[in-house]
Design a protein around this ligand. Structure first.
Ligand SMILES: CC(C)(COP(=O)(O)OP(=O)(O)OC[C@H]1O[C@@H](n2cnc3c(N)ncnc32)[C@H](O)[C@@H]1OP(=O)(O)O)[C@@H](O)C(=O)NCCC(=O)NCCS
Length: 449
């Protein structure tokens, strides 16, 4: 084994450890678009899900089957019919859906049953249990369109699912539900996954989809300046949804986002949209700090917000002790009053208990994050990180490529969050002139993806 391998593997594995501990015992509802299976991604997805489950995560898997049903319909010479972005399920389409679901369940169960030596599935034992966990009701007639056997979720057998998860099994759901009269209804994967995540109050709802996530400027084409927004606060997601047209295709921006926002609003703290096109996207999202897709997060926006002139007193009170002990550079009231709109604050019950400022240097496409502070009573609960994420988002919206910090005592906190040390010579000219050589601050830069 080469020494280089030891130096890369060991730190890498240790860097994943906090996420393994964090997710153990949590419940994730994972919705896989039928397109992912049609694109041949099932084997790798099953391997990743088996690994995640073996690390103590309880998984409810919901599969979609849009292309598979359409394929069956085409084979029968029957046209797929949609309205209001939903399938109209006549009796032929219902037959096709039942056939497609049966076939997919069989393929998924087979994928989780593998265990050949020298494969990621060696030694894994994943019990997959499906069942009649969903009660459905008909969509009915909408604007004169009869949706026939298309349904909506009426009830989720939460107890049944929980008991199955506690038994150590993975729950597999097809987008089907049954009415008390025994009638079957064709549902959508997105609605089933969202309803189950809400009813279970799952820790995460994850969609593995044909899109890479939501871009910073969703209406504009993919480019280096328009990357995926890795973290979308619920309120921003809702604002965006209000501006978007109703989604009819899975590739429409609002399609998965509306379900993520709904789940988030109903208490599922984090919902994710990931691309199946990227091999291992699930692992990259769950076990790597910055993730790969878009995470919609209910970060209680009323408490995390941009500062106003009214917050100056609270900010001063918060940073003063850290200025006194030399952790932060002294800033006077006039300076903070002048720059109040550059600050992001966390407020709770009228008290400011976290803040950071962002001073842009647009000529160098960068900005300095300064005065990052969390009240000593609230430290260690992730607020520092929430502020950082928000500041990063503000910087991205300004079209900047990076943010930097100057610090004398908090290097490791920043390094853990993707900053890298650079020489002070790196600083934009205007900032270099103000660099206090005696303070010997370390300069750290984070590139914004
Ligand atoms: C740095 C600071 C903003 C972090 O805020 P926070 O809300 O506690 O941060 P989070 O909850 O997101 O992260 C907490 C983690 O950071 C670690 N941490 C806190 N201060 C650290 C430091 N100086 N160096 C390295 N890690 C540190 C904690 O031990 C904790 O680690 P854990 O999750 O492994 O237990 C906060 O400690 C603070 O206000 N410090 C004083 C002011 C300061 O140094 N600001 C930076 C100026 S450049």
């Amino acid at each position: 084994m080469s020494a280089v391998f030891n130096f890369t593997f060991v730190p890498w594995f240790r860097s994943v450890a906090p996420y393994i501990h964090l997710h153990r015992g949590k419940t994730f509802v994972v919705g896989i678009a039928g397109e992912a299976i049609a694109a041949g991604k099932l084997q790798h997805l099953a391997q990743d899900l088996a690994l995640i489950q073996s690390m103590g995560v309880k998984i409810v898997l919901v599969h979609g089957f849009r292309p598979q049903v359409n394929e069956q319909l085409a084979a029968k010479g029957h046209e797929a019919k949609y309205s209001h972005g939903m399938r109209i399920t006549d009796s032929v389409a219902l037959d096709c859906a039942q056939e497609a679901a049966g076939q997919l369940r069989y393929e998924i169960e087979a994928a989780f049953s593998q265990g050949l030596p020298n494969t990621p599935m060696a030694g894994s034992t994943v019990r997959v249990i499906s069942g009649n966990f969903i009660t459905a009701r008909p969509v009915g007639i909408v604007d004169g369109v009869d949706f026939k056997h298309s349904g909506l979720v009426r009830k989720v057998d939460t107890k049944g699912i929980m008991r199955t998860l506690e038994f150590g099994a993975m729950v597999l759901l097809s987008p089907f539900g049954f009415s008390p009269t025994g009638e079957a209804f064709n549902l959508t994967m997105e609605e089933v996954a969202t309803s189950v995540a809400i009813e279970l109050q799952a820790d995460k709802l994850i969609f593995i989809t044909e899109i890479p996530g939501i871009r910073i400027h969703p209406g504009e084409a993919e480019s280096e300046d328009n990357p995926i927004d890795t973290e979308l606060p619920l309120a921003t997601a809702e604002k965006l949804l209000a501006q978007l047209p109703n989604a009819t295709q899975p590739t429409d921006t609002a399609f998965y986002l509306q379900h993520c926002a709904k789940a988030c609003k109903a208490g599922v703290e984090r919902s994710h949209i990931l691309p199946f096109a990227v091999d291992g996207s699930l692992l990259l999202e769950i076990y790597v700090h910055d993730g790969i897709g878009t995470m919609v997060i209910d970060e209680k926006l009323e408490s995390l917000r941009e500062a106003t002139a009214d917050d100056v007193g609270g900010i001063l009170q918060l940073i003063e002790p850290f200025e006194k002990d030399g952790t932060l550079v002294k800033r006077d009231r006039t300076e903070i009053e002048r720059d109040a709109d550059l600050y992001t604050v966390i407020e709770h019950d009228g008290v400011i208990f976290g803040c950071a400022a962002l001073y842009p240097y647009p000529e160098a496409k960068t900005a300095e994050m300064a005065a990052l502070t969390v009240s000593p009573h609230s430290q260690g609960q992730g607020d520092g990180e929430r502020i950082l994420k928000r500041v990063e988002q503000r910087a991205r919206l300004m079209g900047l490529d990076s943010i930097f910090v100057l610090t004398t005592r908090t290097m490791h906190w920043f390094i853990k969050r993707g900053f890298v040390p650079v020489d002070p010579e790196w600083l934009p000219e205007a900032r270099k002139r103000k660099y206090n050589v005696n303070r010997k601050s370390q300069v750290l830069v984070k590139k914004l993806a």
